[in-house]
Design a protein around this ligand. Sequence first.
Ligand code: F0G
Length: 458
Amino acid sequence: MKTIIEPFKIKSVEPIRFTTPAEREAILRRAWYNPFLIRGDDVLIDLLTDSGTSAMSARQWAGVMDGDESYAGSRSFFRFERVIKNLTGFRHVIPTHQGRAAEKILFSVVGRPGKHIPNNTHFDTTRANVEFAGAEAHDFPTEEGKQPALIADFKGNMDLVALERFIKEQGRDAIPLCMLTVTNNSGGGQPVSMENIRRTSQMLRKHGIALFLDACRFAENAFFIKKREKGYARKSVREIAQEMFSYADGCTMSAKKDALVNMGGFLALNDNTLAEKARNILIVTEGFPTYGGLAGRDLEAIAQGLEEILDEHYLTYRIRSVEYLGEKLVERGIPIVQPPGGHAVYLDAKRFVPHIAPEQYPGQAIVAELYRKGGIRSVEIGSVMFGKTDPKTGKLISPPMELVRLAIPRRVYTQSHIDYVIEVAQEVYKDRKRMKGMRIVEEPPVLRHFTAKFRPLS
Ligand code: F0G
């Protein structure tokens, strides 16, 4: 087989800025060793997130020019709505400025104290929105999904036995809906199988509970189903995606991922009453229903992006380029979550720096080192992001995994950028025994990873 190439040529370029080791040391100190506090201009290769960092296509930019900025009844909204209805089959399409705005609206309607939201694994903003509404968020990943070194096809799956037990314990009235995140971002970007989606849906229907997909990376998930699940090899990714949505009653979507745009999202659903309540909140917090939190040009770019994302040459290249990074790291003995995810490779910090305890934030230490050695920005997904303080003992309750995510922006970096990342990661790994942990000097009450301040332990 020949090399899988980028299925595009480059029309417009953006320079990246090189820094010296001394500059990076000073930048790190000034940013309190928190990658969110480093300026974009000080980053050489930015793997902080795949969200809102995509390169738009010429057709999307053409759509930007062509956007209809009518306050009400914009032509661009009707295209946006048509494309989403065609893909998802949902009756109501509600545009929002990004994914978390859709979550905020959804959970303002269904969440309150005494309510519980299950998910395979909540993303941080989803959990925060559930909790902000006064409800409780619960994760049900499978045992497989909690073992970073284990290679399996669908480690993003929901643990259906645990979910059903939970439903029986809480009673269906306490569970307004169940979410399923595709792909499972916090669990390593791992896909959910069609069988798991179907069985989750069937079980929830039996109990009279609605299923919502957190659909940010639906196309990557659909492509994994095509490649890995029996019976799907000959179906188009579009058909597979449509089948995924057919088992759900609605979805939240951050268009900043698989709609290939820099800003945008939506809530889509079938229930008329819920949709009416959601639109009422939308008008107060986002905007009129035919633009929500977006400009007409954004709606146009999203509609175009949702068509482009289903191109199988694109998805072949996308999934292969992430796999390539994972493969080369593994060849060098670097521990990662296996197999590589759809949008990112996750370093397994527990095995990378076993001498640094969760209380000393091993992932955060690796994040700092990747920047120090190569100007690469990554993000910790472990005790910094998901750790809680036990109110009784004051001790850290850490999540099952300590990870560092190298998220790959869509259509942005070429293979030589990725080869450079591999070289830097190898250098960091070689020196790992000398690495020290971190302590938090200051942190906010919620979503602390965005603004917490760190210092290295001496
Ligand atoms: N759900 C998942 C699974 C996500 O990964 C994200 C965002 C959201 C919801 C929220 O969407 O950012 O548009 O409000 N994830 C980004 C990330 C931030 O870096 O993984 P948003």
